[in-house]
Design a protein around this ligand. Structure first.
Ligand SMILES: N[C@@H](CCC(=O)N[C@@H](CS)C(=O)NCC(=O)O)C(=O)O
Length: 338
């Protein structure tokens, strides 16, 4: 009787242990790399360069997490995912974090077993059209065929907007990014609709003659883009959230990859805490006290990453706009490291 009970107890324990997820930080350390889900190639945010090295604002966030965890921003494993595949890849443990132009919505943040860890790009949905269409405003696209990618929030947002504005359209929904872009380039649809950042990227990096296309002035939604992790691992959620916040706060205090060593001598108590000169924040995260120093030194602050990848130092030339610091009229407001 007792033996039988013991056996059942052991079986239950084993089943519980199998069901429980190992701590993500342990998995990451064991692997020796942070596995980040990115796009399959979306210039400025996550795409391989001519040497095959992944670059972009979202890749920088992945590198920042690696710098925080390992003191080495190169310890990343990039897992390219199309829009449809991304949530399953995170849920199943194939990736530790999604660093991939993903809009935070209430449904995604609650019902999918995943949770966001901050916002690294404030965006909104828009429209890209060939100039030859002769359309100046979204209100003139009645009756158009519109290209969209499967598994994006863009499908529903467009449907809502069209209904509210009495616009009729024919959706052409395609699963992979390259195919949907090719369909648009080949004229199989009149309009491409996705996040404005996506439209800027497609126009510059995917279309033969960018000047033949124009992004219409209307932005029809809020698309706050940010990293996602699995629910139920708060320690890992904190590491991702604070890695992003450290990049943003470093910019606020003028700490950059160029001056970070000099800044370790700063008398400013905020800078001393960010750079681990005054210890505490590293221990709080279970990381080295130089976690944020390593991020800034190896990846740069948020502004550096923005300008290099999508801003004035890049072909996209996206303006800071909503992504400027709160001190400059934008929405980037880092949680204080203290
Ligand atoms: N922010 C929207 C759209 C994000 C999205 O997946 N956009 C597409 C079109 S720009 C994309 O990144 N595709 C790249 C890929 O599938 O590799 C969302 O979260 O649903």
């Amino acid at each position: 009787m007792n033996i039988a009970k013991g056996l059942i107890g052991a079986a239950l324990l084993a089943a519980a242990a199998q069901g429980a997820q190992a701590a993500t930080l342990d998995v990451v350390r064991q692997r020796g790399a942070v596995a980040c889900g990115t796009t399959t190639g979306f210039a400025g945010f996550s795409a391989p360069d001519a040497q095959g090295k992944w670059q972009g604002l979202d890749v920088d966030l992945c590198r920042a997490i690696a710098a925080a965890v390992f003191g080495d921003a190169n310890k990343i494993k990039v897992v390219p995912l199309n829009s449809q595949q991304r949530f399953t890849a995170l849920q199943s443990g194939e990736v530790d974090v999604l660093t991939r132009n993903t809009t935070v919505t209430q449904q995604r943040d609650t019902a999918l077993g995943i949770i966001h860890a901050g916002i690294n790009f404030y965006d909104g949905q828009g429209f890209l059209v060939p100039k030859s269409l002769g359309v100046k405003s979204a209100k003139e696209i009645n009756g158009a065929t519109i290209c969209l990618q499967t598994g994006t929030s863009n499908e529903n947002t467009l449907a809502d907007w069209a209904r509210a504005n009495n616009v009729s359209y024919k959706p052409v929904v395609i699963e992979t990014f390259n195919e949907v872009v090719n369909a648009f380039a080949a004229g199989r649809c009149d309009v491409f609709s996705t996040d404005a950042s996506g439209l800027a990227s497609i126009r510059i990096s995917k279309l033969q003659n960018p000047d033949d296309y124009v992004v219409l002035p209307e932005i029809i939604s809020k698309e706050p883009l940010g990293p996602f992790v699995r629910q139920g691992d708060d320690a890992w959620l904190n590491i991702v959230r604070w890695s992003l916040s450290a990049m943003i706060e470093a910019e606020e205090y003028g700490v950059s990859s160029v001056n970070v060593d000099e800044q370790t001598k700063s008398a400013n108590p905020n800078i001393k805490r960010i750079l681990g000169v005054t210890p505490g924040s590293g221990a709080n995260l279970g990381l080295d006290e130089k976690w944020a120093y390593n991020i800034v030194k190896q990846v740069g602050n948020y502004g550096e990453s923005f300008e290099r990848n999508v801003g004035q130092g890049s072909p996209l030339k996206i303006k800071r706009g909503l992504n400027a610091q709160w001190t400059q009229g934008g929405l980037m407001y880092a949680l204080p490291i203290r």
